[in-house]
Design a protein around this ligand. Structure first.
Ligand code: GLN
Length: 491
């Protein structure tokens, strides 16, 4: 039996539409059926609108087959709930944004609409994207489609799970310290964090503005390339978005790695990395070697300091960004306050969850007079050292390789009592955000029946090389084609 339309990548849907072998209405139906069959077990979405899905599909029904149809015409796409959508709830996984329906679309959403995407709904995430498991969502966790007792990763866990389970063809997430790559690795899909500045952040609910970046989740590398092409590019509404040409990534996928110099990051394959994860990553390196890449060890000597630096810089920025949730302009406002100060305090006490409060306290502490130099400034200096490590590595190598995370998906509840254990899931992803460079997670095997991701890290604005290396691996292996059992059973 041919795979359900819910399991097809976007580029295949496009090809089917062109031949009139399938239509947007059918693909939308297949995704909605899957969603209705699995959502009560997976909880990938916080909101979806079946009527809107059908209406959007109808709009492309008679046009998606045309040669001049836009690149995502009739393709179902899910959005992390920290990305603003006009008229649709946008909570960032927080009670403090209860009832908030933005009056505008994020730039990435506007671009998706223009590209013909069918927007399905808003996916679950850790509150304000703070977390590595989606357990910090105020609305309950998402479950990993590969094992419902395990986390999907985070913070964009809903987006990763939706794509893995066939509840969306593509999804967008945000990555501040690993929130696209880690859930992609845990759920066995492709996840790309672009270079800082590659994609507009306008309409992304800010966590740590010098680190945040929006990127795609996809079932294969070609789809990730296609999605990036649609969302990337300069946006006058985000002054940090770069005026650098966006190549047609999907058309430039050659999967050729012959002669490329790839650095295997020594610090990422230390004793702290699970044996099964390290083995899958080493196997991927062998595969790329077999394809003609020159792979050698490289050191990022300051990488071990990335986690502590990140957990000062990110909370510092978050504490400032989150000051705006005061119960005045939008979202939750306490019902019990006689004066303004009490209103602010109660609103925030009621609206924010424990991890968000922890970050605000860490951040304000790191920024306070007397501690600023010792903590915040020092962390910024470490950040510079980390960026220089990458620059030195890229003087010798075209891209770097390593695991995405030290383990596969862990059990629900396993790390919720110990924030440090939770933070450790990000140990290999945060250096990439601190340096601002692009990184992808591409399926490279299984350990104990759970997916493992290979991380490919590139030079600034060289997403093309990152995608190409991932594509080469994908063509030489078949891990991306595996589907979680729940999805296969649902048809
Ligand atoms: N897990 C990291 C954190 O909690 C990164 C989150 C993210 O990338 N948004 O901060």
């Amino acid at each position: 039996m041919p795979a359900s339309l819910a399991d097809r990548p976007a580029w295949e849907l496009r090809a089917l539409y062109r031949r009139k072998a399938a239509s947007p209405r059918e693909a939308a139906r297949a995704v909605l059926d899957r969603l209705e069959a699995l959502e009560h077990r997976i909880h990938a979405y916080l909101f979806w609108d079946a009527d809107a899905v059908v209406a959007q599909a109808a709009r492309w029904e008679s046009r998606a087959h045309r040669e001049d149809a836009p690149p995502l015409a009739g393709v179902p796409v899910a959005l992390k709930d920290n990305i603003c959508t006009r008229g649709w709830p946008t909570t960032a996984g927080s009670r403090i944004l209860d009832g908030f329906r933005p009056p505008y679309d994020a730039t990435v959403v506007a671009r998706l609409r223009r590209a013909g995407a069918i927007l399905v709904g808003k996916t679950n995430c850790d509150e304000f994207a703070m977390g590595s498991s989606t357990e910090n969502s105020a609305f309950g966790p998402t479950r990993n489609p590969w094992d419902l007792d395990r986390v999907p990763g985070g913070s964009s866990g809903g987006s990763a799970a939706a794509v893995a389970a066939g509840e969306a063809t593509l999804a967008l997430g945000s990555d501040t310290g690993g929130s696209i790559r880690e859930p992609a690795a845990f759920c066995g899909v492709v996840g790309l964090k672009p270079t800082y500045g590659r994609v507009s952040r306008y309409g992304l609910i800010a966590f740590a503005s010098s680190l945040d970046q929006i990127g795609p989740f996809a079932r294969d590398v070609r789809d990730a390339a296609l999605a990036l092409r649609v969302i990337a590019g300069r946006d006058p509404a985000d002054s940090t978005s770069a005026e650098i040409e966006v190549p047609p990534y999907d058309e430039q996928l050659a999967g050729e790695v012959k002669g490329l110099r790839l650095g295997i990051v020594r610090e990422f394959l230390s004793e702290g990395t699970d044996g099964g994860v390290a083995a899958a990553v080493r196997e991927a390196v062998q595969t790329l070697r077999g394809l003609g890449a020159v792979c050698e060890e490289v050191s990022l000597p300051h990488a071990p300091y990335a986690l502590p630096a990140y957990y000062l810089v990110a909370p510092a920025e978050a504490s400032s960004n989150l000051a705006r949730y005061a119960g005045v302009h939008y979202g939750h406002r306490t019902a019990r306050a006689d004066d303004l100060y009490t209103m602010y305090a109660r609103t925030r006490r009621e609206g924010f969850g424990p991890e968000v409060k922890r970050r605000i306290m860490l951040g304000t502490y790191a920024l306070s007079a007397g501690y600023y130099d010792a903590f915040y400034l020092r962390a910024q200096r470490v950040r510079t050292l980390i960026r220089r490590d990458f620059e030195a590595a890229f003087a010798k190598f075209d891209a770097l390789l390593g695991p995405v995370a030290p383990t596969t998906a862990f059990r629900l509840g396993e790390r919720t009592q110990d924030p440090l254990q939770m933070y450790l899931a990000d140990v290999f992803t945060v250096p990439v955000n601190l340096a601002g460079v692009p990184g992808i997670s591409v399926p490279c095997g299984f350990a104990g029946g759970l997916p493992v991701g290979l991380q490919v890290i590139g030079r600034p604005f060289d997403e093309g090389t990152v995608l190409n290396i991932a594509y080469a691996l994908e063509r030489a292996t078949d891990f991306h084609a595996a589907r979680p059992p729940v999805a296969s059973a649902a048809r």
